[in-house]
Write a protein that binds this ligand. Structure first.
Ligand code: CTP
Length: 398
């Protein structure tokens, strides 16, 4: 299944390196070629001889190995693969990557590569939960680095919790997911998600109950089909998906700017619950109580991001999809909204409190397009997202 694919496998210095020989066997069994690179620490856990025997290739270890440089420079080495896999990805390697360090061969390759990178972290639970590692994790995810694991469980050091490296079979699946040529491979898709926060003053803001769950699932489903996804998100409750180009914003205006900067794209899905209004003159300092006099907030209308992108005369994405959050006359309102905003499809949903949809795990949508209204049964937000992503793929590849 991975025939013709090459993996640059960077082996970090952790006890989980003992699982790497099995990973190499699985890769080879599926027809992938493996170029192994070991850090100095990795050699303490597994020998270069074992690795090169299983990979059937030379093991690269040293940045200053001139023979290697003559054979293949480190820049070239960083580009030979279809995917760079780091297993185990230690706290040290993650920190080096997040900081852009290049003090040894492994970190230099990771800094120089223009190939997607998949990390399988493995470390002690305290090291994993340490704020420094969590910061590095967030930064790397924001850079579009892919992750598998770590798993929860008993660790070689005797502690219990997250930090165990994913099993080789699980890493294989992550590799297949990424390298499998999906129908959206080569297509760029933009997704907006989450609520926006509109400041009243430096400590207060106006928000809404959107969790970002639906937009996050849409982005995840599109990545699964191979799309390059730019994910523009307001302050959501759920973490962003892996493998996207992440743009975090707070306000509607910032969201519009980030969306415009991401164009051109083949399709755009606007799942964000954008605040319709902002406070016209947000105060630069905290508004104080004034002897019972109540503050008066004046509002200004926010830009309508979906409408402005749908109505672009130059650079309009070929497919623009909106959502319509309604509480009554759902289909009639959504149909009118589609006309008014000028998008191609609108997914209408009933967000009345009794449906439990806003902030919940399920959704019941009706897809409104030129071809009329198509009601989907109530299902998990992930399933709604997968159905939508499949329909987008079908349309873009027609
Ligand atoms: N939307 C947007 N920018 C805005 C408001 C909404 O891009 N300023 C997008 C949403 O992401 C969604 C669609 O427009 O895809 C409809 O959002 P919704 O809240 O249902 O509609 P509104 O335009 O806010 O209309 P109303 O509040 O009158 O129902």
């Amino acid at each position: 299944m991975l025939a013709g694919k090459r993996i640059l496998l960077i082996i970090g210095g952790g006890i989980a390196a003992f699982k790497v020989p099995q990973l190499i066997r699985l890769l080879r069994a599926e027809g992938a070629a493996v170029t192994p690179v070991m850090t100095a620490g990795a050699g303490e856990f597994v020998t270069p001889l074992t690795i090169s025997a299983l990979a059937g290739e030379k093991v690269y270890t040293d940045l200053f190995d001139l023979t290697n440089e003559a054979e293949m420079g480190h820049i070239q080495l960083s580009r030979v693969a279809d995917l760079v896999v780091v297993a185990p990805a230690t706290a040290d390697l993650m920190a080096k990557m997040a900081g852009g360090l290049a003090g040894d061969l492994a970190s230099t390759l990771l800094l120089a590569t223009d190939t997607p990178v998949l990390l399988a972290p493995a470390m002690n639970v305290r090291m994993w939960l340490n704020p420094a590692t969590q910061r590095n994790l967030a930064a790397l995810k924001g850079d579009g680095v892919l992750f598998t694991g770590p798993d929860d469980g008993d660790m070689a050091c005797g502690e219990h919790g997250p930090g165990r490296m994913s099993e080789p079979e699980v890493i294989m699946q992550a590799i297949r997911d990424h390298l499998g040529q999906g129908p959206l491979t080569g297509k760029k898709v933009l997704v907006t998600s989450g609520p926006t926060h509109e400041p009243i003053d430096p400590v207060r803001y106006i928000a809404n109950r959107s969790s970002g769950a639906q937009g996050t699932e849409v982005a995840r489903a599109l990545v699964r089909l191979g799309a390059e996804v730019t994910f523009v998100t307001g302050p959501a409750d759920v973490p962003p998906p892996d493998g996207v180009i992440l743009r975090r914003v707070e306000t509607a205006q910032q969201m519009l700017d980030a969306v415009e900067a991401a164009l051109p794209v083949d399709a755009a899905v606007f799942a964000a619950a954008v605040a319709d209004w902002r406070v016209a003159s947000a105060s630069g300092s905290k508004i104080k109580k004034q002897n019972g006099a109540l503050p008066v907030l004046e509002f200004a209308e926010n830009p309508d991001i979906l409408a402005s992108i749908s109505q672009l005369s130059d650079g309009r994405p070929p497919l623009v999809v909106g959502f319509a959050a309604e509480t009554d006359e759902v289909i009639a309102h959504a149909t009118a909204k589609r006309q008014r905003k000028g998008c191609d499809w609108i997914l209408a949903n009933d967000v009345s409190p009794e449906t439990g949809i806003m902030g919940g795990t399920e959704n019941a949508v009706t897809l409104i397009s030129d071809e009329g209204a198509e009601s989907w049964p109530r299902m998990g937000k992930r399933d709604v997202a997968r159905r939508l992503a499949a329909k987008i793929a079908e349309t873009l590849t027609k």
